[in-house]
Design a protein around this ligand. Structure first.
Ligand SMILES: CSC[C@H]1O[C@H](OP(=O)(O)O)[C@H](O)[C@@H]1O
Length: 353
């Protein structure tokens, strides 16, 4: 697909992360789309809390935020010795890493920041800032490359269904699965876009259809429970989702509900595409069985905006990710290349290990 088919700048209207030099301003995704407000974080612990509270969310975006959190932590140190700085920064990096367990991007970004310190000299603060900027700019470039690569797999006249939010709000810009959708619409390949509401946090209903609306892309919102019925009508040819952790055999952790979309897609002959940068690939985890699935407060199911909507005494279980087996995935699209019919051999061929 030709790169000039896409006017990337037109998608830069939403940026969840802004570095000001002494603070990290995060677009508060808990109150979108009706309230657009930024929360300023001035310490790494404030960044960690913003990640835990979903002020900023989305696997690549939380890695980027954590990287800037390390830069903020460095501002508070006096030492000119990078090894001493690394020792003093480690507890803050551990607290950032503990903010959410499933997306590997958090640990990946912190490892990048430790590497920057290991190779730095007395200018270690500038080295950390350079590394955080690089992580952010590489993610944006990766999304643009994945948009083209993923769109090229989609035949003209197709309909697609996406889940959760994988757009500019979840990344450094343009998006992963949403980047493929943006590119596919721009290249006249995608004619129909459907988005699930993505209960319980409603990333689809509150974020995805809002982002696409800002692009002038007409998306149809559906209830999560309507997805199989939609596939049965023949209106979608691809399910396109993001990822939080892709294992060495291609098993993929993503937002809760992704697994059942993959099962329904297989049953209805709908193709299934995972789109994620290599920072989401974890070749150190052999299969999805080893992924820690984040469970969040039951209140996210039992209440809405703090008001209980379920009878007193009712318990809830709130896992917010699930694992899609690689056998249900037709393509994993990364900026390094596309893995078709992913398995351990196909993943090793692209990512080594
Ligand atoms: C490109 S975002 C990847 C991934 O992150 C989202 O989870 P959350 O909103 O809880 O941070 C969702 O699983 C997306 O697919």
């Amino acid at each position: 697909m030709k790169d000039n088919a896409i006017d990337y700048d037109r998608y830069d209207h939403v940026r969840p992360i802004r570095w000001t030099g002494d603070a990290l301003e995060l677009l508060d995704q808990r109150v979108l789309p009706f309230t657009v407000v930024h929360e300023a974080c001035r310490s790494s612990d404030e960044v960690a809390e913003a990640i835990r509270a979903l002020t900023v969310r989305g696997a690549p975006a939380i890695g980027i935020a954590a990287a800037w959190g390390v830069v903020l932590a460095g501002h508070g140190l006096e030492t000119g010795d990078p090894a001493e700085a690394a020792r003093q920064l480690e507890p803050a990096m551990q607290r950032l890493n503990a903010a959410r367990p499933t997306a590997v991007n958090l640990a990946w970004a912190l490892a990048r920041m430790r590497g920057a310190l290991a190779n730095a000299g007395a200018d270690w603060r500038e080295a950390l800032e350079r590394e955080a900027r690089a992580i952010e700019s590489e993610d944006l470039a990766a999304n643009r490359a994945m948009g083209r690569a993923g769109a090229a797999l989609i035949d003209a006249g197709s309909g697609v269904l996406t889940h959760c939010n994988t757009g500019s709000l979840a990344t450094a810009g343009f998006g992963t699965a949403l980047g493929v959708i943006r590119a596919g619409v721009a290249d006249n390949r995608i004619e129909r876009v459907f988005a699930t509401e993505t209960r319980p946090w409603n990333q689809g209903a509150r974020l995805t259809v809002w982002e696409l609306g800002q692009d002038g892309i007409d998306a149809t919102l559906i209830a999560d429970a309507a997805a199989s019925h939609l596939m049965k009508t023949g209106q979608v040819q691809w399910v396109i989702v993001g990822a939080d952790r892709i294992c060495a055999n291609g098993d993929t952790a993503n937002k809760i509900g992704t697994y059942q979309l993959a099962i329904a897609a297989k049953h209805h002959g709908v193709k299934f595409m995972v789109v994620a940068p290599s920072s989401t690939v974890d070749m150190g985890t052999a299969s999805g069985d080893a992924i820690e699935i984040e469970e969040r407060d039951a209140a996210e199911l039992l209440a809405f905006r703090g008001k209980r909507v379920v009878a007193e005494g009712v318990r809830a279980w709130n896992p917010v990710f699930d694992v899609t087996p690689h056998a249900l995935i037709d393509a994993i699209v990364t900026e390094r290349g596309v893995v078709l019919r992913p398995d351990a051999d196909a993943m090793r061929a692209l990512f080594g290990g």
